[in-house]
Design a protein around this ligand. Structure first.
Ligand SMILES: C[S@@+](CC[C@H](N)C(=O)[O-])C[C@H]1O[C@@H](n2cnc3c(N)ncnc32)[C@H](O)[C@@H]1O
Length: 226
């Protein structure tokens, strides 16, 4: 772990959080709905997933891969590993990988304690996930640890909209949404990364500011940007 990340790991940030067991239960229960809503997800986020994840190459780890919504947007020749807390989400991911004829290594694993040696991957990707991680800082630092220092951490996150009425709706429903899905949907994704002690290299926003695509420096040496 680099020194900025180590310093940040000792700081605690006050945010609502469910336990890993609660998150696994929620997503086991929601997996079939999430799978059925796949076409809507593709319509809303497909373009952003393609822009973000088509830049991954080599050995790729999809952290909290869920039903494998990123798989169609990865280059065909990647060596893919996916982890998630939810067995049911991973079962859907496995069906998707089979349909795409992808040979993916999918494992139930808590991303805050990844069972991979340092520098195991050329790219670590994750989408719509830091909002549900019980300890996002720990997961982000694990992503940096298992990524080659000259590799890529590519994230597509959702957060508080830049459009006033949408943001106010998110604020109004934040608690109810968190209770149901364990998801902090009005967070600021770049702040979560910086609080983990990692540097954001590039940021692109879309969908009324709800989606944020970021490249994060695995070695923590990038120039923070807004
Ligand atoms: C909103 S879903 C996003 C899934 C997928 N990445 C996508 O873009 O559709 C959040 C996922 O994060 C997983 N998750 C949350 N905390 C996790 C953790 N600590 N380790 C592994 N997976 C986790 C959940 O099980 C769930 O599948």
């Amino acid at each position: 772990m680099n020194s900025r990340a180590a310093e940040a790991s000792s700081e605690s940030v006050d945010r609502p959080s469910k336990s890993p067991a609660e998150i696994a239960r929620i997503y086991d229960e929601e997996a079939s709905l999430v799978e059925r809503l796949g076409p809507i997800d593709r319509f809303l986020t497909g373009r952003y997933r393609r822009l973000t994840f088509s830049r991954a190459s080599g050995r790729v780890l999809d952290v909290a891969c869920g039903t494998g919504a990123n798989f169609p947007y990865l280059p065909a020749d990647v060596e893919l590993t996916g982890v998630d807390l939810s067995e049911e989400m991973l079962a859907a991911a496995s069906r998707r990988a089979a349909k795409l004829d992808l040979d993916a290594d999918l494992r139930v694993m808590d991303a805050s304690d990844l069972d991979f040696p340092d520098d195991s991957f050329d790219a670590v990707i994750s989408s719509l996930s830091t909002c549900t991680f019980p300890d996002p800082g720990a997961v982000l630092r694990e992503m940096a640890r298992v990524c080659e220092p000259d590799g890529r951490i590519l994230l597509l996150e959702h957060g508080r909209s830049s459009a006033g009425p949408v943001a106010r709706f998110q604020d109004w429903r934040a608690e109810a949404h968190f209770e149901r899905m364990g998801c902090r949907w009005n967070q600021e994704p770049t702040a979560v990364v910086r609080e983990a002690g990692l540097a954001v290299r590039r940021v692109r926003r879309g969908a009324l500011g709800i989606l944020t695509a970021m490249e994060v420096d695995p070695a923590g040496e990038g120039e923070p940007s807004g």
